[in-house]
Write a protein that binds this ligand. Structure first.
Ligand SMILES: [Zn+2]
Length: 409
């Protein structure tokens, strides 16, 4: 990831003046250094620092929503469901034109004033949830970042759910490799690549495929996510599919794509074409919040990892090991979105930039979640601003234990 063209963080951007609302810190892409700085400055524990949003504990102040089946108009983006009991099933519908998804939260015991994500769901669809533990529970409504909850027509309907509902024990993911995924063009640059390079990529295609499957199995070992190699046939339904495609996909400059950034490690301005390196298909929000869709699909666009022309070829792809790591970890990132993980502001698998994926072994870590906002630039393009939700924390281990059936739920 490059750190040039770094815009200053717009601390306190968004709608943080209403104290029941999730605390947000916004900056425009790219910048990892600014991002980390912003987070350190404005975690909830440090809210009194100059420049940080003046936010009290939104969980202490959240209005309580009765579970009476009546739609309730919301004016804050964090509301309380009150105390719930392990094993209890609740049914929630969050609806509104500007709603992107909702997240279920528990108070974060590690950082008072923060909530930890333990489930979620899409807009407008009644969703059952089995409560994993006795605790207080909250709903965070993820709005289009340009919307204002106080002005938006957002309703939440809460009722007792179907007592027989059980969450799935696992998410099966079939991993497939399209023909020529590494060569057509894949990591081959048709503008300046040589026949020798293309032959080499063809030669290592099977080895890279084996390596990616092995690395994905390693990454998800001990989690409810089960990896299946497409060469062995299909697993039992339902399953999600991750496909490694040879395509290079340039970003439509008028659209927001959460996984579009410049190709890895290109230092020349002329190489800054934004490409999409992967995406969850048929889901405009970018991730399957709460893993409510057990048979959704995602793709890694291998062609997007290579620049075009001598000056833009990336050095990230300089060994079989880097190729395996980079593509496997990008695949793991998309699988993360398939089961509902958000981006986090860390050098981990849910980092937005694919560059890190080529450089070292990454893992899933606990961190504040990010959401993306489309911003029109003066020359008519759409840029992406990343908004750190400073009091909403994602811990993949806790999340997996909560959205999948376990001995506890
Ligand atoms: Zn992503």
């Amino acid at each position: 990831m490059k750190n040039k063209n770094v815009a200053p963080p717009l601390v306190g951007g968004g709608t943080t003046n209403q104290h029941q609302q999730a605390s947000r810190t916004m900056h425009t892409k790219p910048p990892m250094i600014v991002l980390l700085f912003t987070i350190v400055m404005c975690t909830t524990l440090l809210m009194s620092l100059p420049g940080c949003p003046n936010v009290t504990d939104p969980f202490a102040d959240a209005p309580v929503i009765e579970r009476n089946g009546q739609p309730r108009r919301l004016t804050t983006d964090i509301v309380s469901l009150g105390p719930l009991t392990a094993g209890q099933v609740i049914n929630l519908t969050v609806a509104g034109d500007t709603v992107q998804a909702f997240l279920l939260l528990q108070p974060d015991t590690a950082v008072p004033g923060s909530g930890i994500v333990i489930g979620g769901g899409p807009e407008g669809i009644a969703t059952n949830y089995r409560v994993p533990a006795d605790n207080d529970y909250f709903v965070f409504v993820q709005l289009d970042p340009n919307a204002d909850i106080a002005a938006a027509e957002v309703t939440l309907t809460a009722t007792d759910g179907d007592a027989t509902f059980t969450p799935p024990a696992a998410q099966r993911v079939l991993v497939e490799f399209a023909d020529g995924y590494l060569t057509n063009p894949g990591l081959f640059d048709p503008d300046s690549g040589t026949q020798e390079m293309q032959d080499f990529l063809a030669e290592i295609s099977g080895q890279v495929q084996d390596g990616i499957i092995e690395r994905l199995n390693d990454i998800f070992a001990g989690t409810p996510i089960e990896i299946f190699d497409g060469r062995d046939g299909q697993p039992d339904a339902p399953f999600s599919t991750l496909t490694f495609s040879p395509d290079r996909v340039e970003l439509d400059p008028t659209e927001l794509s959460i996984d579009a950034v410049a190709p890895p490690l290109t230092d020349n301005p002329e190489c800054d074409d934004l490409v999409i390196f992967g995406e969850v298909l048929s889901n405009a929000v970018g991730q399957d919040s709460g893993n409510q869709i057990p048979d959704d699909d995602a793709v890694v666009y291998v062609g997007s990892f290579q620049g075009r022309g001598d000056a833009c070829q990336t050095s990230a792809i300089n060994s079989v090991n880097n190729i395996v790591n980079g593509l496997a970890q990008t695949g793991a990132h998309e699988i993360g979105h398939l089961v509902g993980l958000y981006h986090v502001a860390l050098f981990d698998i849910m980092d937005r930039s694919p560059s890190m994926a080529f450089q070292r072994e990454l893992e899933f870590m606990r961190g504040q979640i990010l959401v993306e906002q489309a911003i029109e630039t003066t020359d008519g393009r759409t840029d992406v601003a990343t908004i750190v939700l400073t009091n909403i924390v994602q811990d993949p281990t806790i999340y997996f234990n909560s959205v999948f059936a376990s001995p506890d739920n």
